[in-house]
Design a protein around this ligand. Structure first.
Ligand code: NAD
Length: 291
C-alpha cells in the first residue's frame, strides 16, 4: 500500500522513515523541501496523496492543517484514511474530520507523545479520536511508528487528551521547579530532595522521569545544559491550546492559565525560547520573592 506523508519536519521525517523501513512505499511532501530516509519526494501535497491508501500529516498548527486538508482531501482516493498526528486545536480537528467524512475519507486525529526520540525510535504514544473504522484502519501504522495507541473517542478526542495531558505536565513542571528552588534556599541537598519526593506523594513524571535538576535522577535535558528535549515554546503552544479549549468549553482552569502565563513570560521575555521546558528551574533559582 502507498502512503502519503505531508510535513517532514523534526517529527514527521523520522516517522515517515520508519514507515518506509517497514516496507511501505512512502511519498512525502514538505514546503521546506525536507526529505526523509527511504521516502520519495513529491512536487506537491496533491501529488503525494494521489493513489495513497493512507495519508499522514505532521504539521505545525491547526490553521496549516486546515489549509493542507482542503488541498489534499479532493485528491485522495475514496475510502482512504487521513491520520493527522500534529498537535492542533480541538476545533480544527473536528472541522477537518467533517470535511473528510463529506468526501468519504476516514479521519483520525492522533497527536503523539514521546518527542523526537520517540519518533525516531518508533516508540511514540498515539492519542486517537475518530470512528471505530477509522481507528482500526490507522492502527497498523500506529504500531509501526509507536508502541501504544489509545482510542480516546470521537473526532477531536485525541487532541483533547493531548492538551489535558500537557496542561498537567506544564503545571507539574512549574510546581517541581519552584519546589526545588525553595529547597535550595532552605539548604536542602538536591539529591535528598529527589530521593524523598520521587518516592513520596509529590512524585510526578516531571520529577521522576525528567528531573529538572542537573545530575539528579535519570538522564534528562537538564544534564545537557537544558537543550531540548521538549522546547519551552512548544509547551507554551500546548498550554495556549488548552486555554483555547477551556474557553470554548467554559471550563475553569486556573492552574493551566497561570502555567501558560508563566511559560509565556519565560519564552518571550526571559530567554526561555530554544531551551527545554525544564529550564524553568534556573529561572526560579535566579528569582527572589519580589522577582
Ligand atoms: P517542525 O516545524 O519541525 O515540522 C513541521 C513541518 O511542516 C516543517 O518541516 C514545515 O516545513 C512543514 N510544513 C509547514 N507548512 C506546510 C505545508 N503547508 N505543507 C507541507 N509541509 C508544511 O515541527 P515538529 O517538531 O516536527 O512538530 C510537528 C507537530 O508535532 C507539531 O504540531 C508539534 O506540536 C507536534 N509535536 C512535536 C513534538 C516535538 O518534540 N517536536 C512532540 C509532540 C508533538
Amino acid at each position: 500500500m502507498k502512503i502519503g506523508f505531508i510535513g517532514l519536519g523534526n517529527m514527521g521525517a523520522p516517522m515517515a522513515a520508519n514507515l518506509a523501513k517497514a516496507g511501505y512505499k512512502v511519498t512525502g511532501f514538505d514546503t521546506a523541501g525536507t526529505t526523509a530516509e527511504g521516502v520519495a519526494n513529491a512536487a506537491s501535497a496533491q501529488d503525494a496523496v494521489k493513489g495513497a491508501g493512507v495519508v499522514i500529516t505532521m504539521l505545525p498548527n491547526g490553521a496549516i492543517l486546515q489549509t493542507v486538508a482542503r488541498e489534499i482531501i479532493p485528491h485522495m482516493t475514496k475510502g482512504a484514511t487521513l491520520i493527522d498526528c500534529s498537535t492542533v486545536d480541538v476545533d480544527s480537528a473536528k472541522i477537518v474530520a467533517e470535511e473528510a467524512e463529506n468526501a468519504k475519507i476516514l479521519f483520525v486525529d492522533a497527536p503523539v507523545s514521546g518527542g523526537i526520540g520517540g519518533a525516531s525510535g518508533g516508540t511514540l504514544t498515539f492519542m486517537a479520536g475518530g470512528t471505530d473504522d477509522a481507528f482500526a484502519s490507522a492502527s497498523p501504522f500506529f504500531d509501526i511508528m509507536g508502541q501504544k495507541a489509545v482510542h480516546c473517542g470521537a473526532a477531536g478526542a485525541g487532541q483533547a487528551a493531548k492538551i489535558c495531558n500537557n496542561m498537567i505536565l506544564g503545571v507539574t513542571m512549574i510546581a517541581t521547579c519552584e519546589a526545588f528552588a525553595l529547597a535550595d534556599k532552605l539548604g536542602l541537598d538536591r539529591q535528598k530532595m529527589f530521593d524523598v519526593v520521587s518516592t513520596s506523594s509529590g512524585y510526578s513524571w516531571s520529577m521522576n522521569a525528567y528531573c529538572p535538576a542537573p545530575g539528579i535522577g535519570p538522564q534528562s535535558p537538564a544534564d545537557n545544559d537544558y537543550k531540548p528535549g521538549f522546547a519551552a515554546e512548544l509547551m507554551l503552544k500546548d498550554l495556549g491550546l488548552s486555554q483555547q479549549a477551556a474557553e470554548s468549553a467554559d471550563a475553569d482552569t486556573p492552574m493551566g492559565a497561570l502555567a501558560r502565563a508563566i511559560y509565556q513570560q519565560f519564552v518571550e521575555n526571559e530567554g526561555g525560547k530554544g531551551r527545554d521546558f525544564s529550564a524553568m528551574l534556573p529561572r526560579f533559582e535566579a528569582r527572589s520573592r519580589d522577582h
